[in-house]
Design a protein around this ligand. Structure first.
Ligand SMILES: [Zn+2]
Length: 66
């Protein structure tokens, strides 16, 4: 039986049973050099890797009177 170790590309955690993988072709080409890099322990890690950020709706208008 093959026992290939997989690690989360964001935090480095060893993947036990399940993992997250990006299936979008365009993102795969842009973000991952190898198939092994496309492997995350959680949605949170994937979002961090992709630099997903939560912003306030009005943040862009900060200090600006309209
Ligand atoms: Zn992780």
């Amino acid at each position: 039986m093959e026992n290939k170790k997989m690690n989360c590309s964001n935090c480095g955690a060893v993947i036990e049973d399940t993992y997250y993988k990006c299936l979008d072709n365009c993102l795969q080409v842009n973000f991952f050099d190898t198939e092994e890099e496309n492997c995350f322990c959680s949605e949170e890690c994937f979002c961090k890797y992709m630099e997903l950020e939560q912003l306030e709706v009005n943040e862009e208008n900060d200090g600006e009177e309209i």
